[in-house]
Design a protein around this ligand. Structure first.
Ligand code: HEC
Ligand code: HEC
Ligand code: HEC
Length: 383
């Protein structure tokens, strides 16, 4: 408890004092090690080393998984010397350098391997029983949800279309429950259809299910109510309210064909490893100014459209998600950012950059967790 209280007050002070001087030049640790040791061969492809940024060189190697790559880099592999010939490097150094190199090529296969493997196992088990799962999927193996345009023009179609509108224009179609500007699809991208952005089709088949945070069997309505309360900083609609019924209809519609109880590849967002380095808010700030501020604003407050809705949502402050939200957890925010941001450049950031950004964003003030009293907020930390 004391530790939390100390962190809570100390961290922002240190940050304010030291930000512009101490850390301003510090690059990502992986990048630093790459530049000092690995670039000798990997920048040019000397000795047939896989070249930085060349996806033809890296993609087949990445398929082995990051753990294998790190082992090869640590112990040496053919003409690749152990630790790149620099025995002073620690395992965390080498791992960070490998991360830095493999994220130089856009390839999201690697991050989904564990997911995909688990699903594959389930598929084989089913196949042995003569009942394989069949669902529409794209080339990467992700579920393809049916489109809104295919909906019939009847009462059911209207219900689903209303759910879609609530999901994408929450402030307009569920005004009495929405908070101060967020909408569901700000985080659940492509109207809850994009893999790795917590798609609705990854959720629908998994509820009701036990959740640690609520310590009970939650329905899909319970889960959505949580996002209303915390991610939206709004009010939870009752399970039988018209808004919740419509959202449920929409969630089930975009999940048409998903097998029940199967952890679909692309559910939630892929994990990020601990890199062996502290997350650094000042370094996060620097990356933020370069890669995020163009849309979210230097003050992180986003930008409005003429009709008063957000074109770019705020990342902290009065209108943002509150301290009870999933994204207020350092690791979850890092996972979301790496898989989805900057918008349109999925998996372009290194794990370290995602951690740095997450620590920078979540150290700003935002609405309190409505489930906690003021004293708990101060002494218990917001998490
Ligand atoms: C002296 C040149 C040289 C240096 C310095 C060097 N590498 Fe390599 N590296 C190679 C070569 C050559 C290969 C290809 C080996 C092969 O596949 O036969 C390679 C391959 C790799 C691979 C792929 C291994 C696989 O299983 O496909 C990784 C990962 C790697 N290096 C990481 C690093 C890291 C991290 C550093 C810096 C700490 C580094 N390398 C420094 C020459 C070098
Ligand atoms: C600020 C970002 C944000 C907003 C806004 C938001 N959510 Fe979420 N939502 C999340 C995160 C993060 C998770 C948890 C992902 C995890 O831990 O796997 C989540 C989880 C969910 C889940 C469960 C997903 C699963 O796979 O179990 C559902 C359903 C959901 N949200 C619906 C909604 C609805 C409906 C709205 C709008 C009323 C909404 N969310 C608004 C971030 C957000
Ligand atoms: C090209 C514009 C653009 C850039 C650059 C960009 N974002 Fe976003 N970001 C968006 C949009 C738009 C959304 C909402 C999603 C939607 O509406 O499709 C969003 C949503 C988010 C969210 C979830 C919603 C919220 O308000 O909490 C986070 C977190 C986020 N971005 C962080 C970042 C970070 C960190 C970077 C830099 C690495 C970044 N973004 C760069 C446009 C951008």
């Amino acid at each position: 408890m004391l530790k939390h209280a100390v962190n809570k007050w100390l961290v922002p002070c240190v940050f304010v004092l030291s930000a512009p001087v101490a850390f301003a030049e510090a690059p990502n640790p992986g990048e630093l090690i790459y530049r000092q040791t690995c670039s000798a061969c990997h920048a040019t492809g000397a000795l047939d080393a896989p070249k930085y940024g060349d996806s033809g060189d890296w993609t087949p190697r990445i398929k082995q998984g990051k753990d294998v790559l790190v082992q090869h880099a640590l112990n040496g592999f053919n003409a690749m010397p152990a630790k790149g010939g620099n025995p002073a490097l620690s395992e965390a150094d080498v791992s960070a350098a490998v991360s830095y190199m493999i994220t130089s090529v856009k390839n999201d296969d690697r991050v989904d391997q564990k997911d995909a493997l688990e699903t594959q196992k389930q598929f084989f088990r089913r196949a042995e029983l003569g009942k394989p799962y069949v669902y529409p999927m794209n080339e990467q193996g992700y579920f393809v949800p049916p489109s809104i345009a295919e909906l019939p023009n009847d009462k059911y179609g209207d219900e689903v279309r209303l759910g879609f509108k609530i999901f994408t224009e929450t402030q307009k179609y569920a005004a009495r429950y929405a908070g101060r500007g967020m909408v569901c699809s700000h985080c659940h991208l492509d109207a809850g259809r994009k893999p790795h952005a917590v798609p609705l089709w990854g959720a629908a088949g998994m509820y009701p299910g036990y959740r640690f945070s609520s310590d009970k069997n939650d329905t899909l309505e319970d889960r959505m109510a949580d996002c209303f309360r915390n991610s939206m900083n709004g009010i939870a609609p009752a399970p039988d309210s018209p808004e919740m019924r419509a959202l449920l209809a929409y969630a089930n519609y975009v999940s048409k064909g998903v097998p029940i109880g199967v952890h679909m590849p692309g559910r939630s967002f892929p994990d990020v490893d601990y890199t062996g380095y502290e997350a650094s808010p000042p370094r996060g700030r620097e990356i933020f100014m370069k890669k995020c501020a163009t849309c979210h604003g230097e003050d992180g407050q986003g930008a409005w459209r003429e009709d008063g809705s957000y074109r770019y949502p705020p990342l902290w402050g009065f209108n943002s998600y509150n301290k009870g939200a999933s994204l207020y957890k350092q690791r979850k925010l890092a996972r979301f950012i790496r898989a989805n941001m900057p918008l349109g450049q999925d998996f372009s950031l290194t794990e370290q950059e995602a951690w740095d950004l997450s620590s920078f964003i979540n150290m700003h003030e935002r609405p309190k967790n409505p489930a906690k009293g003021i004293l708990q907020e101060v002494f218990g930390g917001g998490h």
